[in-house]
Design a protein around this ligand. Structure first.
Ligand code: ATP
Length: 364
């Protein structure tokens, strides 16, 4: 088992910088998710951790030891690719035992470790079966078994469930997470799917254009996004971002937004200029007679107990998640009020959150 520390990691391909001075620590035994849109540098970072690519700057420490320039084989880390690649002419036992055979491990030891791995994955009843006849879920378990059997220090997984349909993918996510609880190995999992990341991770690093935007536990990232990018990337629907020109009043508690006053959390430091963005999650908006802003309904999306109502306001469209029992017809006008302590404020120029006293710890 291992702690992985990434310090100022940098990777350039010629003039193009794919990863810029990234830093984060993955604690021993953690299920750590690297999240971000396509091309943000997740795979490049993972490959450097694995030793498959060399960085152009920075360091990678494995349990405190600098392994930045060690070859992949010296790191004892398993890189799990898409989970379908099995040897079709071998049975389950031979598939799982194959990496040990390649390493020259003795037959009895291979037998013991394959049995142990199969029990862990709950496929010990399938050991003699040919892999060609297995159902999809069992094939994935065998492929995982091939990585687990080596008992590496850590597992790196690059969108391992990418090829699956949504339902099967959700089931496998749950299974991976349960398996992680049983074996407790440090796992780094790459995905561009924020819902998958939120449901699986102990900690998440959010990347964009090769830069680490934020890292921390899912709830911290959801509640206190450090940047406008994170606020707009996490959540379904994501945080509403309302640009406005206004002042934070003395004491930092009230923001003037086109004449109306919005109470915001106490800021640690006052903004240096008046071009700000107010961030509010859809579930922190109340619709009523009065409110800070007025909005006209132009769409509703029924979700069972809740509905997403889209309203046109003078700050642009705003999505509110409210009870389905509330009638909201297209064309109807509401007052929008916000739950003060759950609001975020961002600096338009830097895109970074203005630190509030409640959310201070969340910012990188
Ligand atoms: P995806 O989810 O699409 O795989 P990603 O976040 O994993 O995206 P990377 O694969 O790390 O992104 O790629 C980051 C950027 O670096 C991309 O713009 C990609 O085109 C570029 N890149 C990756 N490998 C190379 C390479 N060998 N040579 C040049 N550019 C590369």
């Amino acid at each position: 088992m291992a702690e992985i520390r990434v310090e100022s990691l940098h990777k350039a391909f010629g003039d193009f910088v794919a990863v810029q001075k990234s830093g984060f620590t993955i604690a021993d035994g953690e299920f750590f998710v690297m999240l971000g849109p396509s091309g943000c540098g997740k795979t490049t970072t993972l490959r450097m951790i694995a030793g498959l690519d060399l960085p152009t700057g920075g360091r990678i420490l494995l349990d405190g030891e600098d392994v930045t320039f060690n070859r992949a084989a010296q790191r004892d880390i398993a890189f799990v690719f898409q989970l379908f690649a099995l040897y079709p002419h071998m049975n389950v036992r031979q598939n799982i035992g194959f990496p040990l055979k390649c390493e020259g491990v003795g037959r009895r030891e291979i037998h013991r470790r394959v049995e142990e791995t199969a029990r862990l994955l709950r496929i010990d009843h399938l050991l003699k079966k040919p892999v060609s006849g297995l159902a999809g879920g069992d094939r994935q378990r065998v492929a995982l078994g091939r990585s687990i059997v080596r008992r590496p220090k850590a597992f790196l997984m690059d969108e391992p469930l990418g090829a699956l349909d949504a339902e099967f993918r959700a089931a496998m996510c749950q299974e991976l997470r349960q398996l992680h609880q049983r074996i407790g190995a440090t796992t780094v999992y790459v995905t561009h799917d924020q819902l998958e990341a939120m449901s699986m991770a102990d900690k998440i690093v959010v990347m964009n254009h090769g830069v680490v935007e934020q890292f921390g536990p899912p709830q911290e990232i959801y509640d206190n996004p450090a940047t406008m990018f994170v606020a707009g990337f996490i959540g379904s629907p994501p945080m509403n971002l309302l640009p406005f020109q206004g002042k934070v009043a003395a004491g930092g508690r009230v923001v003037a937004i086109n004449g109306a006053e919005v109470a915001v959390p106490q800021l640690v430091e006052a903004p240096t200029h008046d071009k700000l963005v107010l961030g509010v999650r859809p579930e922190h908006i109340r619709l009523g007679e009065d409110g800070t802003l007025r909005g006209r309904v132009f769409g509703t999306e029924y979700l069972g107990t809740t509905q997403i109502v889209t309203l046109e306001t003078e700050h642009g469209p705003v999505k509110a998640r409210i009870s389905s029992k509330i009638e909201a017809q297209p064309g109807e006008t509401f007052g929008l009020s916000f739950i003060t302590e759950r609001l975020s404020l961002f600096d338009t120029d830097s895109g970074r959150a203005l630190r509030s006293q409640t959310g201070e710890a969340a910012h990188v």
